[in-house]
Ligand binder design. Structure first.
Ligand SMILES: [Zn+2]
Length: 878
């Protein structure tokens, strides 16, 4: 068949494909939500006058409305706003019912109005929040001393209604024209460029250009004593904003923004439609980053880089920007119709960010590094309590709880990567472009994405993909090999749901896109749909990977003979194949489906290989066992064994980076040295102390990237004098990154009395008010050596410590508290604490968090005797 004929045949084929959609394409009338659809906003003009010292503001608003039918009532969202002078078409309305509990205002018109265009006008007053929800005030320490405040906004998911009355559901796209009156010396940033600025006395009134049609959760406004680094590239003005004195730290971000936007214009086949893109550094109290269209806000630690920043910091900045900028398309240009499909925003942005970060920074081996993110999803996804990527959100007030980072971000990213590999990158991109073109300036459901991908691939993508987004969990693929007389191998493949506990009777089934590599051959793509499916797979003496390049989101269990072949060849396998095998074998040990020895045999097979991600996995797993062994009679023997496994690679790498070394090798060196120090290698501890002494004399004696490793070892083993020295250095440090490292290091101290000191310091006002995440980081570190103390310290100040998370705080409490503090307090007390702190409807999240805590507790009971028995047997063989 000629290429042309194939093309025509394929074109016919697509007409025949009827995607098996579990949900329909986006339809405004059918989009879920609480607001009636009979009245829709077309354009908002909003003017606010903040009073920062009183923490209040006043506003006026004009909304141009389309009545899709005659009606006498108009319903929209408000929260903590007092409405006045409400008129429709200039006529005072009959009644305004403002229900703060329901976050709804119902306006009854003087007389029913006909279908068509109408105008709602009103004035109102509201509250400037001290947490990042709606319009909020962020205090910060100024460069050179003193405190100041800036204003910014955080609307997602449902807090625009705190700043202006609105149709605050994502399907209600409209244009926005914002005006604000602020101190004349302040700078102001909105979604669009400033159209007009009028100074009157000490104040300035700034009006921004009208935005394109967008959902209310993307509205942005920031104002304060800010400075800009700027440039223009193509048709777009780029600005990086920081509080005065920090603007120079935005240079890398400015370069990143230009590079990433150009790449995304190309990838999406749809140019960024706004005239400017600002990146705004909000001092530390604001958590994470937010993809407001044209005006992305970032926690300053994930946007700014100082001279003391490490490669790790730079990677965090690049990856975070790549994520938020991907949202300018996936989320902003095309928005999910309802929060059920949040993954269309978050999974896509996470996947795109990883792809872009990998492409532009090949030395970072970013996809391999992302393996840890995939594992972070696979672990909770292996409990029966896990949930699907697409979860039904019944009420937008619960939408924040759908931001489950492990599933919505990490699993979604991994599933998209698997799908991209299965369809082929060019076909996948073509599908994404079709989806963007079809839904630009509008909304979408998951079905719309499958339609784009199906059209590009001429396959029913929904039929393959829906199992991954609509079902919880992941499959375990069993591989059973048979050899014929010539030594040719045939494998029989089957699947069942992989669960760490239980699972009897679970009938989940997936279409699994496998990448199967025999020996050194190019991997074959196989879609596993049938139990006992058979394929030819090279020769029996060759190693076999059923998850080549670790692209798949599934686990693999090999039969004993194939596992033996793989173990013997382990040192020579491709890096990513190896990481998949380590992850899977460790998970099988955790699920009691394989002996610990089978995993340790793989780890020992690494010898002096310098596969950074594989070693990372081994260091983590050995670290789990060493931690569980602490305080038991077997601890010292296990620590010595763990050191012996990683020592050869540490010896090979030495202490100092070679000139041409890639960042991942440098990272590997730091990981193995740090663990040798933590696991008690006297030589490594002595050398770390020697280097720390040099650092005390001259801060440039230890590179920023090496500081966490050196400081962790020194901090853990610190005596009183060393602890006080760390504390003095932390207080005196003028570099934000360095200061954070020093504080975290002193919180890792093993000595009980000094641990008490560290807990006090974590809450002391000597740490600036915007640095709440540093306080949390210190308590997280303190937990390793002093679990109860860390918990008590956290518990006494929980509300304050969680304030930067805004409406994500309950999710943090339900899921992260149990994961972090599993050995800090009895688990029934922990469960009672969580239930007292989070809304009752978060039962599933609590269950998930508690499953993780219980699992870690049970795992300890099993790993310790298993490790002791392994070493005893090994000793008797030696
Ligand atoms: Zn995001």
């Amino acid at each position: 068949m000629t290429r042309t004929m194939g093309f025509i045949a394929a074109a016919f084929a697509v007409a025949l494909v009827q995607p098996a959609l579990a949900e329909a394409p986006f339809d405004f009338d059918k989009a879920y939500g609480r607001l009636p659809k009979n009245v829709v906003p077309v354009d908002y003009s909003i003017a606010i006058v903040p009073d920062v010292s009183a923490k209040t503001f006043t506003g006026t608003e004009t909304v141009s409305l389309q009545f899709r039918e005659a009606t006498g009532t108009v319903v929209f969202n408000t929260l903590n706003l007092t409405l006045k002078n409400v008129r429709v078409d200039g006529t005072p309305v009959k009644d305004v019912k403002n229900d703060n509990e329901a976050q709804l205002a119902t306006v009854t018109l003087a007389a029913p109005a006909a279908a068509g265009t109408h105008t709602l006008t009103l004035s109102y007053s509201g509250v400037i929040e001290s947490r990042p929800q709606g319009l909020f005030a962020q205090p910060y320490g100024k460069v050179g001393g003193g405190e100041a405040v800036l204003l910014s906004t955080q609307m997602e998911s449902t807090d625009a209604r705190r700043m202006f009355p609105c149709w605050d559901e994502p399907a209600f796209r409209a244009t926005f024209k914002l005006t604000a009156t602020v101190p004349a010396e302040w700078q102001t940033i909105g979604n669009m460029p400033v159209a007009k600025r009028v100074v009157h006395g000490k104040l300035a009134t700034v009006t921004f250009e009208r935005s394109p049609k967008m959902p209310s959760y993307l509205v942005e406004f920031t104002a304060g004593d800010l400075r800009e680094l700027k440039d223009t590239s193509g048709k777009v003005h780029f600005g990086v904003w920081a509080v005065a004195g920090h603007e120079a730290d935005g240079a890398a971000a400015l370069a990143n923004a230009k590079q990433i936007l150009a790449d995304y214009n190309e990838y999406f086949g749809y140019d960024f439609p706004l005239p400017k893109l600002d990146s705004i550094a909000i001092p530390g109290g604001f958590g994470g980053a937010m993809e407001n269209w044209g005006a992305i806000t970032y926690n300053d630690a994930v946007l700014l880089l100082s001279s003391g920043s490490s490669i790790g910091n730079a990677q965090g900045v690049y990856a975070t920007m790549a994520h938020e900028m991907a949202h300018q398309w996936n989320g902003d240009l095309v928005t999910m119709g309802w929060w059920d499909d949040l993954w269309l925003n978050e999974s896509f942005a996470s996947w795109m960010a990883a792809k872009e970060t990998d492409r532009r920074n090949p030395g970072w081996k970013w996809w391999e590094a992302q393996d840890a993110a995939k594992e972070a999803a696979m672990a909770p996804d292996s409990y029966a309590s896990s949930h699907a990527i697409q979860v039904h959100v019944t009420d937008e007030l619960q939408a924040a709880n759908a931001f489950d980072p492990t599933i919505t971000y990490n699993k979604g990213q991994a599933v998209l990567r698997m799908l991209e590999a299965y369809l082929g990158p060019d076909v996948f991109r073509d599908g994404v472009r079709r989806y963007m073109r079809a839904r630009a300036f509008g909304n979408a459901t998951t079905a719309d994405l499958w339609i784009g991908l199906s059209a590009a691939s001429k396959q029913d993508v929904g039929a393959i993909a829906a199992g991954w987004t609509e079902q919880a969990g992941l499959p375990l693929v069993s591989v059973a090999a048979e050899c014929d007389a010539q030594g040719k191998r045939t494998v029989s493949l089957s699947q069942k749901r992989f669960l760490l506990e239980g699972g009897a009777g679970d009938t989940s089934h997936w279409s699994v896109p496998l990448q199967i590599r025999a020996g050194a051959a190019t991997p074959a793509t196989v879609l596993l749909t049938q139990q006992g499916q058979r394929i030819a797979a090279g020769a029996c003496q060759e190693p076999l990977s059923a998850n080549a390049d670790a692209i798949g989101y599934y686990r693999v269990q090999y039969d004993a003979a194939t596992l033996g072949t793989n173990t013997r060849a382990f040192g020579t396998l491709p890096d990513a194949d190896r990481i998949a095998m380590l992850d899977d074998q460790w998970a099988l040990v955790q699920a009691r489906s394989a002996p610990l020895a089978s995993y340790l045999a793989l780890a020992e097979g690494m010898r002096t290989s310098v596969d950074s991600s594989a070693w990372q996995q081994i260091n983590n797993s050995l670290g789990v066992i060493e931690y569980d062994e602490r305080g038991t009679p077997g601890h010292d023997a296990f620590a010595a064994y763990a050191r012996s496994v990683i020592k050869p690679v540490a010896d090979r790498l030495g202490w100092d980076a070679k000139a041409d070394e890639t960042p991942d090798l440098q990272n590997l060196r730091r990981t193995v040295l740090q663990n040798l120090g933590v696991w008690g290698d006297a030589g490594v501890i002595a050398e770390a102390r020697r280097r720390f002494a040099a650092f005390v004399k001259d801060r440039s004696a230890v590179a920023p990237d090496d500081q966490p490793m050196i400081l962790t070892i020194v901090g853990l083993h610190a005596d009183k004098a060393t602890f006080e020295q760390l504390h003095r250095l932390a207080k005196a440090s003028t570099d934000d990154s360095e200061r954070r490292r020093l504080y975290v290091a002193l919180a890792g101290v093993r000595d009980a009395g000094l641990g008490e000191e560290a807990a006090k310091i974590a809450l002391d006002p000597e740490i600036p008010p915007q640095e709440i995440q540093l306080r949390l980081g210190m308590l997280g570190t303190l937990r390793a050596e002093h679990p109860q103390l860390a918990w008590n310290t956290f518990n006494n100040k929980a509300a304050e410590l969680l304030s930067p998370f805004g409406n994500l705080a309950p999710l943090f409490e339900a899921q992260f508290v149990p994961t972090f503090f599993w050995n800090s307090l009895p688990l029934n007390e922990m469960e009672a604490w969580i239930k007292a702190h989070v809304p009752a409807e978060m039962g599933p999240q609590i269950q998930k968090g508690m499953d993780s805590a219980r699992f870690q507790y049970t795992q300890k009971q099993e790993l310790v005797p298993a490790a002791d028995a392994y070493l005893a047997a090994r000793g008797s063989h030696a």
